[in-house]
Write a protein that binds this ligand. Structure first.
Ligand SMILES: [Zn+2]
Length: 86
């Protein structure tokens, strides 16, 4: 299996990057209420590979949070599975 990872700093070239199945949840640093960000419905705007800041909002106490995330995109494949299309 080979793996190619897109280089840090490269733009993916999409305006809205959704990630179905990715759900981040944290407790608010101020009031302790659970905050969630579901990337099936929410998205990263104009994403770049590597570290960037994501923002999380607590609706309970009206407080915004930020956190660095590291976005990685890779492709894995086995070149032995390449076939001529029937
Ligand atoms: Zn809060």
């Amino acid at each position: 299996m080979e793996k190619i990872e897109i280089k840090i700093g490269e733009e993916i070239g999409v305006k809205r990057f959704y990630m179905p199945g990715v759900l981040l949840s944290f407790n608010c640093r101020k009031c302790g209420k659970l905050m969630e960000k579901d990337y099936e419905q929410q998205y990263i705007s104009f994403p770049t590979i590597g570290e960037q800041t994501e923002y999380f909002y607590c609706h309970e106490c009206d407080t915004e949070h930020k956190m660095p995330i590291n976005l990685k995109v890779s492709i894995e494949f086995d070149r032995n599975t390449l076939k001529i299309l029937d």
